[in-house]
Design a protein. Structure first.
Lengths: 424, 332
């Protein structure tokens, strides 16, 4: 469809032209200078890292780096448009649940043969799974982060909780103690847990031995209606019911409203969040800095941590990129220990280095590093992206079960059917 | 174009000025007649660029959607620029999906309710404006202009806050009034309830345009007709039936037609509220199309849904279109 592609190319050209206005101040000449375009996502790599990396790359190779930061909102559409154009970016960052869908459609370059350049021996397992399709690697792990329980140390102390809980029973115990100690505040929530925090639900399902789906002969079937998965739902409900007298809404997720905004009101004892969420809360309310810490999501088995959903990103090279060789060099440089350490320093679990010592300098970092190796990802089916981008059956099931609209068996069966259908 | 044809077609034009001297030379005649053909073509030539631009801008996307609906066009085909024809496969997929029928019925019910409510209330306010004292009317008009000028997403966000489960002003007010069961009540727990709130928002957004348009129509009705009706002792309802109604009927039909088109394809408000949830219960056809086209990157299937939407719209506005064409012909 020429019109479609023309329009898409036009839109992409416009986007490049507009964003070029903001970034082209340092590139004076447009003659023969070869350059690569790199799209990273908002908030993924600290600017100290990207500045140093791009500078080193430019002086070593004489190739300029056109570095652009993209917003997560609407990125699926933007990537679709960019990849359909004849001059896509040379390096793109893809959410680890998005990458299989793009790879399956042949839009990403196969990097299997080059993996050793990118330090493949030290790749983070969960991310490696997410970028592997039919045994081939279509990207390089970038960074990961997982949810930990972020808590208020002062409130814990006041409630007489001396050590962070290490099992689910202890956790519920701590919730009850917090509630009792703050009974005078009608808005107090010991644990802020909105009804659709589905990444946390995955932790509980995996902890109980269940899973979202299993693959047989290349065909995915959802296992959400298994007894183990149902136990995960029940654990969620137990925590949700215990969380507060005035509970968070059953029909919203952790981003609506942003849970860190609720956390920073001071009426919340704990939230299950990502490091950046604590960072945002502390930025708005600096006094929280010394009153917050984190512990890994406890398992039902005492002393171990629950498996966590490994959120994160991979880097990939579009098939249509004309500068793939230079892009690979850039990726190789980023995969080196120096820059991986900088990623860890920035508070993320690095994708191509197993050394997390730089991360473990504070409580949140320690909690992250402790649970990341136990990280899992959603089914690496090319069709999974559609489950998340559209109407997520896991969220619907949670809301229906928690609000009492459907009994557990019905809610999990409906979600299971919907996911089997979506992946089939 | 041959010279003979030019002469033939140009002949009537040449006949118009009867006082033309018959003894002009052949060459001069020819030149003049050619000029005549050019003159007659000139308006069309001048119109052509605009016409082509409009056709390209409006006509091409329609053709494109229609053509796409017969193709398998997923992300891969789009990126590789492949053309895969699949005949009616996309339509079969859509029509065999039970969900499509549920969603179609829901969309129709939603559209009809919203159109009836907004046109009815718009007409009511327009009639009210006629009898208001000037400064009250101006205040009302300013209020409506503000409502109208508010960006869709801004007003949608305000409605979300108003209906919020824990912090919404509506639930708090209801609790204050003694309806304790509304503490923490979720207005978005079912599709019907969600669509009712969305419908309320859309009616609120639509009323200003409808009220202003209909008021403009009402102002155009001569006052003496009402005086005459008053002298004849007509009641308010009789006056409305006999004087107002015939004058604004065609205008009312037009705004109803426009409202139907607009409300049928509402997407932003529904998506922003609950993304067509809970459990897909507030999904309408435009939302379904978005889920297929953007979320799943099945552009061919989404195009088929678009074509089916056009067919449904054509069916429900068929009567109006027929009348519109008839009256146009009658006038000509």
């Amino acid at each position: 469809m020429k019109g479609w592609r023309g329009l898409a190319a036009g839109a992409a050209a416009l986007a490049v032209a507009v964003s070029g206005c903001g970034t082209s101040t340092n590139s004076g000449s447009t003659t023969e200078t070869k350059e690569i375009t790199v799209w990273l996502m908002d908030g993924s790599a600290p600017t100290t890292l990207t500045d140093a990396l791009n500078k080193e790359f430019e002086s070593a190779n004489g190739i300029k780096v056109k570095y652009e930061v993209q917003k997560w909102t609407g990125i699926q559409e933007k990537l679709t448009t960019a990849l359909a154009s004849s001059t896509p970016p040379d390096v793109i960052e893809l959410g680890n649940t998005q990458i299989a869908g793009f790879a399956d459609q042949g839009t990403l370059a196969d990097l299997t043969a080059d993996a050793s350049q990118f330090n493949s021996g030290e790749w983070l397992g969960g991310l490696k799974d997410s970028l592997t399709l039919n045994g081939k690697q279509f990207g390089v792990p970038f960074y990961a982060a997982n949810r930990t329980v972020i808590y208020r140390t002062d409130l814990f102390q006041a409630a007489g909780i001396t050590t962070p809980p290490t099992s689910r029973a202890e956790w519920i115990d701590a919730i009850n103690k917090l509630k009792a100690a703050n009974a005078s505040n009608p808005d107090f929530q010991a644990l802020y847990l909105p009804g659709q925090s589905w990444y946390f639900l995955l932790s509980l399902i995996w902890d109980e031995g269940g899973d979202i789906a299993k693959q047989d002969n290349g065909k995915w079937t959802s296992t959400l209606d298994s007894a183990q998965s149902k136990a995960g739902f029940e654990a969620y409900k137990a925590l949700y019911d215990a969380s507060a007298a005035k509970k968070a809404p059953a029909d919203t997720d952790e981003a609506k409203p942003q849970q860190y905004e609720v956390f920073q009101t001071g009426n919340v004892g704990m939230m299950i969040g990502l490091p950046w969420e604590l960072g945002s809360a502390v930025k708005d309310k600096p006094e929280l800095k010394d009153k917050t810490a984190a512990f890994p999501i406890p398992s039902k088995k005492a002393g171990t941590t629950a498996p966590v959903f490994l959120g994160g990103s991979n880097l990939a090279i579009p098939t249509a990129s004309k500068n793939a060789a230079a892009a690979k060099k850039w990726l190789a440089l980023l995969s080196s220990k120096k820059y991986q350490d900088m990623l860890a320093e920035g508070g993320a679990v690095p994708g191509t280095s197993k050394d997390t010592s730089k991360l473990e300098t504070n409580a949140v970092g320690k909690a992250l590093a402790a649970s990341a190796p136990n990280g899992k990802v959603t089914p690496s089916s090319p069709k999974w992206g559609a489950v998340e981008a559209g109407q997520n059956p896991l969220k619907d099931a949670l809301t229906a079960y928690l609000s009492g609209a459907k009994p557990l068996d019905q809610a999990t069966k409906d979600a299971s059917d919907a996911i089997t259908k979506a992946l089939g | 174009m041959t010279a003979v044809k030019t002469t033939e077609t140009a002949a009537p034009a040449g006949d118009i000025p009867p006082a033309l001297p018959p003894a002009v030379t052949g060459g001069a005649r020819k030149r003049r007649r050619r000029g005549g053909a050019f003159d007659r073509a000139l308006p069309y030539l001048l119109l052509a660029p605009a016409l082509i631009a409009i056709l390209w801008l409006i006509g091409w996307p329609v053709v494109s959607v229609f053509v796409t609906s017969f193709r398998q066009l997923n992300l891969g085909e789009l990126v590789r620029g492949e053309i895969v024809w699949t005949g009616f496969d996309n339509y079969v997929t859509v029509l065999q999906d039970e969900r499509f029928w549920d969603v179609s019925v829901r969309t129709l019910v939603f559209t009809v309710s919203v159109v009836v409510a907004s046109v009815g209330m718009g007409l009511g306010i327009a009639l009210l404006m006629r009898v208001l004292t000037p400064w009250v009317r101006v205040a009302l008009q300013i209020a409506m202009l503000c409502a109208w000028a508010m960006p869709i997403l801004a007003s949608t966000t305000v409605y979300q806050w108003m209906f919020d489960q824990n912090y919404g002003i509506l639930n708090k007010t209801l609790v204050q009034l003694g309806f304790d069961s509304f503490a923490g009540y979720s207005w978005f727990s079912s599709g019907t309830s969600t669509l009712s709130v969305v419908g309320l928002l859309i009616v609120w957004q639509a009323i200003p345009f409808l009220a202003f348009s209909l008021y403009a129509g009402l102002v155009g009705i001569p006052r003496d007709l009402y005086e005459a009706a008053g002298i004849d002792g007509a009641t308010g309802w009789q006056t409305f039936r006999a004087v107002t109604w015939p004058e604004i009927r065609s205008l009312l039909m037009m705004v109803t037609f426009l409202s139907t088109l607009w409300d049928f394809k509402v997407f932003a408000q529904i998506w922003v509220f609950r993304e067509g949830g809970p459990s897909g219960e507030s999904t309408t056809l435009p939302v379904l199309q978005y889920l297929e086209g953007i979320a799943k990157s099945h552009f061919g299937v989404a195009a088929a849904i678009s074509v089916l939407m056009m067919v449904i719209l054509g069916l429900i506005t068929f009567q109006y279109l027929r009348k519109l064409l008839q009256t146009e012909e009658g006038k000509i």
